[in-house]
Design a protein around this ligand. Sequence first.
Ligand code: HEM
Length: 284
Amino acid sequence: MGSKYREISSRTAIDYSSAIQLLESLPVFLSGDEHKERRKSMAIVYAQTRKLQEKAIDQVVEEVAQSIEHRHGAFDLIDELSTPLWTALRNVICTESEEVKDLANELPDLFFPRLSPRRRQSINNKLTSILKSGTDQLLDQLALLVLGVRPFSASLALSIHKIARDNDGKRLCDIAFPTSFPDSALTYVDRISLRDTVIDGCPFSAFSRIRCTTFDSSYTDEINSKQLYGIGSHTCPGRPISVYTWSKLSNILSQSQKTIHPSALSVEHREPFTIPTKCIVSFQ
Ligand code: HEM
């Protein structure tokens, strides 16, 4: 991804140097020893706040449950559920300023192939000042936030909406909540084959791009939950807190007598993510 930005930069003379610096530090685009090193330092940052992450999630889940108990009508799954949960989590993981944390919400747009040059440049410029003044752990914290924000928050909203569609009018306490997210904002990861190889009988030539599906509604729940966080050396380091969050949330919701009903849902495909732009259910 960094090399793509380099190429555009040399063709158009637009400065993307800060975007390149960030992209080239993200574990998803690294391999071999470089990847191992980044995983190690990211794991230290993640582990430092592990207990605080759970505490922060517990508190928001409790508040969400209270708010549902008092609701007779529409509930916005983005504003009232996924954003507060993500904000609580990122505030614990990242010790940088609000400006840095807010920018991290926008940074995944750098992956989006159809992003306008103006927007790419604006993100690059904001990143420049942040990279200059950041602490030693900035890149590790940013990597967690940039790669965690959309899968975590969008999957939460999409999953509860899916439960509402599958259980329209049911009491929450009568719903068999799945043990893992029933929908995902990230359904594939791309890999480049390092050599000529054969996987499950399919030949792949060196340097070809392989799309690996991590979630599909036509797969069984068992397969989806197994692959949701990826497989192999790049497997998601945010898995423990995501599993924890889903389990806390589904557990508390399943104790409620309220009925759930699906309402408006619209999504935007900002590859590789599916982002809900409107995601409403109602509770009666
Ligand atoms: C429901 C929530 C989440 C889902 C479905 C999800 C899914 C994924 C998937 C499919 C991958 C790619 C694995 C691969 O390439 O094999 C990944 C990687 C990653 N995720 Fe998550 N994720 C979630 C939450 C989080 C959270 C909360 C964080 C951070 C706090 C996070 C941070 C990362 C990072 C840093 C990587 C890159 C790992 C690497 O390349 O070595 N994710 N995630």
